[in-house]
Design a protein. Sequence first.
Lengths: 251, 325
Amino acid sequence: MISMHFPGRMFEIHPLDEHARTSRLGKLDARAKLIGVMSFVVACALLTRIDLVFASLIVAMAFAAAGAVPVRHTLRLYLGALPFILLASLSLFLFVGFEKGVAMWARTSACLLALIILASGTETFELFSGLRRLRVPSIITTLLMLTHKYIGLLTDELSRMTVARRARGFQGGRSLLDRYALKVISYTAGMVLVRSSERADNAYEGLKSRGFEKEMIGWRTRRIAARETAFMAGMLAVSILLLAVQMELIR
Amino acid sequence: MHVPDGLMDPVVAAAGWIEFLTFLAVAIFLSRSKTKERNLPRVAILSAGIFVAQMLNFPIGGGTTGHLIGAALFAIMVGPALAIIGMTIVLLIQALMFGDGGVTALGLNAVNMAIIAPLTGWGAYTLIDPLLNGHGRTGRGISVAIAAWASVFVAAAACAGELLVSYAISAGDYGIAANVSVPAMLGYHAVIGLGEAAITVGLVSYLRAISPELFSSAEAGTALKIPVKWLTSSTAKAAAVILTVFALMIPLYIIYASEGRDGLEQTMEEAETEEGSSLLASPFSYGETYLQVLLAGILGFLVVCLAALAIMRLLSSPERRNDPE
């Protein structure tokens, strides 16, 4: 076990976690958020009726509003996944009909939105720690935590190299036929990998000196309090209700 | 290629999760000696390296860019079992940090990018590299390029297959129709694969020159310890891996077949035509019962294997054939 985690520490390394600090969800226990959001996403993925799909989208938007993650950040991540969603929605729109195309867009957007808010509204390290407490095998969670830690270091390395490359006049290349550009890019990636592997041994010694033994879990333990129970119960109730109506158990 | 939640039919997504968990468990078992405490940071740092390498965009043309997937590179560096674990970690981080690729779709995303892509890359590299061994750096470059391109293309083909099966069995609630998904996925990734191939070739030749010890674990043959005697040669292992990739698609076919009629029969019925006499007579009939079809399939597979072996023997350099070793 390693005691490396305390509030605020990871923010210096991972600017991506910055919204976890301001988000209202940041204060909730990761386990409650994981169970709540995942049950909602699974239920959403099973919905096909257009009214229910829109209901789930409204729930996801309400969840996003409650989470108070900046809209710009949410939109940026949403736009990243949009091409695939649009391809699917447009193809259904053209080949099956308007309703199914719109349902596809709303369903995938609801799932994506909920997941983005979960990802942005929680410190990544805490999310992994929550997964471990939910009995995900330690080999996976420990690898997730270590990889996450190194990604921060390597991203810095890459950004320094990108600046250096640009300073030497590299523009990023024009097309796949630009052999020079492809060579520079592959050497940059190669350099990142070489530097990363050089650090592996030092990193191991560093971890060992801080008491690393097989597993890496945060020491900050929290009890599932009333608000966590309420959050989980709310999300589970919405998910079950949506599914029950979809399966016509409730009319 | 990150499929979001709600796009695939739940049955297909569930099949993906079952395959993913099975393969992950097998990969963890096979690489248990490599994922001991001391090696964990090494695996993690390589996964982080691949994650960061994925951030590098390469130009495709017309102002568009693509990015590396890195599954073939990972598998060539550390062997298939560790590559499956490492790529799974990369996908999990993308899903949990950016919401990129979903929860219900994670199984399918992992099957495509963390299982099929590295297995295809490693299998193709292991099969082709010995054939081009006598041709120095160019030969090695060609085998790496084919492996990288194939890993992207086959993964995209699997994704297209999942999309069209989802569409077919859900009557248009999920997935993407075959006439959009197949050309879109295959066409786009055939081009992206070229970039992946060029970057991977550059990367592998650079890493071999600068830091050859990065490849040691895969080449020492310790990366894939299989407790079966006849699977000791690398060719047999690679063939088994390629067959596994095909086997991964069988559940998809079963789901598809169980929900509908044979595609050819359906098309013929719609066009109101009947099967005429064939242009070329085959020496074996497909037969009517399941066992006859299976037998014909196995015979066909053996014939193709023998033909491939004959071609491989013809292609391998004369010095190697005369080598008493």
